[in-house]
Write a protein that binds this ligand. Structure first.
Ligand SMILES: Nc1nc2c(ncn2[C@@H]2O[C@H](COP(=O)(O)OP(=O)(O)OP(=O)(O)O)[C@@H](O)[C@H]2O)c(=O)[nH]1
Ligand SMILES: [Mg+2]
Length: 339
């Protein structure tokens, strides 16, 4: 199972209380104040970890509480500070205030970390408060309360290229051929239930990060089908790769297939709709009929202002390398290819 949202409650630990005590020793009368300081309460820390791919576990645990600092002791002993509670989340997790909706943090780097609730400071013991006029202070401070927060976490996959298309268009097959990712592939729609990122290596030590997303259908932007929850994952992709099945056996007409998702992108945002996009005609080269369908699709795609459609067959490996090179150029418009 996959989750890309989680509501959590976090409570950092409070600081331990400062101690009020006086030095006691045989034959020493009226020893001075020696109450130690309280220890710090534990922080709650979010850590972006590449070994975590979903917010499922975080959502299940729901409540995170760090321990309080220990109180100060006699003889100037400080209380022990509490351990921090570390919560591992996938890179790409954004943290929002659950009440007000504003974004607090964006863990967009792998291995970055942020304190989302700070533990309270320990209170000072009376050892600090002896003055020339007050030799026997009984004053010690309580520890400060730890921060408490209600947070909403949202995962937005980080990839350079986002794969979108109707169910069954062949997105996962393509990802499995060009990267080490092993997404589930099947001849029925909605095979992919969770985004999956794969890294593609290109000659010259170049690489591309591709995100395979669940198939989208008409109305996805309004909550139809599975894909609506995943449209947001496209937001962080600088290039969109739209898959259209051009095989004559495909259920959907290629031009319609293109337009349905084109409209959904437009409904989500103008920004997403106008992002650099390459349309691929999949399951091409395998059948005589696919060339005609590709050409009709090409007309519609170019009329909509996009580059010509690239035909590929993931099964035969035809057109795949050329497509990857074209994608690399789109992702790195100002870079030249190293020789
Ligand atoms: N002949 C042929 N079949 C392909 C090709 N690419 C994918 N398929 C088949 O098309 C079907 C769907 O492939 P998937 O890769 O699972 O499609 P998807 O777009 O990821 O589908 P969803 O995850 O449901 O959105 C599978 O039966 C694949 O074997 C191709 O290049 N040629
Ligand atoms: Mg799939």
């Amino acid at each position: 199972m996959f989750r890309d949202e989680a509501l959590i409650e976090v409570a950092a630990g409070s600081g331990g209380d400062g101690m009020a005590s006086f030095h006691r020793e045989k034959y020493v009368q009226k020893g001075g104040p020696d109450g130690g300081d309280g220890g710090r309460g534990g922080d709650i820390v979010l850590v972006a970890s590449e070994s975590v791919h979903s917010l499922l576990r975080v959502a299940r645990a729901h409540r995170y509480v760090a321990k309080n600092g220990r109180p100060g002791g006699t003889n100037q002993r400080s209380g022990r500070s509490a351990d921090h509670v570390r919560i591992e989340v996938p890179p790409g997790t954004q943290v929002f205030d659950a009440e007000h909706g504003n974004m607090l943090f964006d863990l967009d780097q792998k291995s970055s970390e942020v304190v989302i609730a700070r533990g309270g400071k320990g209170g000072l013991g009376n050892q600090h408060f002896a003055t020339s006029t007050s030799q026997a202070p009984t004053k010690a401070y309580p520890g400060k309360l730890g921060e408490r927060r209600s947070l909403r976490l949202e995962l937005k996959v980080i990839a350079e290229v986002g794969l979108l298309g109707l169910p069954n268009a062949g997105k996962s097959t393509f990802l499995s051929k060009v990267s080490a990712a092993q997404p589930k592939i099947a001849s029925y729609p909605f095979t992919t239930l969770a985004p999956q990122v794969g890294m593609v290596s290109l000659p010259g030590f170049r690489s591309l990060l591709l995100a395979d997303l669940p198939g989208l259908i008409e109305g996805a932007s309004e909550g139809h089908g599975l894909g609506h929850a995943f449209l947001k994952h496209l937001e962080r992709c600088s290039v969109l790769l739209q898959f259209v099945d051009v095989n004559p056996e495909a259920v959907d007409d290629p031009v319609e297939a293109f337009q349905v998702l084109d409209n959904e992108l437009k409904r989500v945002s103008q920004d997403l709709h106008s992002r650099p996009r390459l349309v691929v005609g999949t399951k091409h080269f395998e059948d005589d009929g696919s060339a005609d369908r590709l050409e009709v699709l090409n007309q519609a795609v170019q009329a909509a202002g996009h580059s010509p459609v690239v035909g590929i067959s993931s099964v035969l490996g035809e057109g795949v390398q050329a497509l990857l090179e074209q994608l690399w150029k789109l992702v790195h418009p100002s870079d030249s290819i190293p020789v």
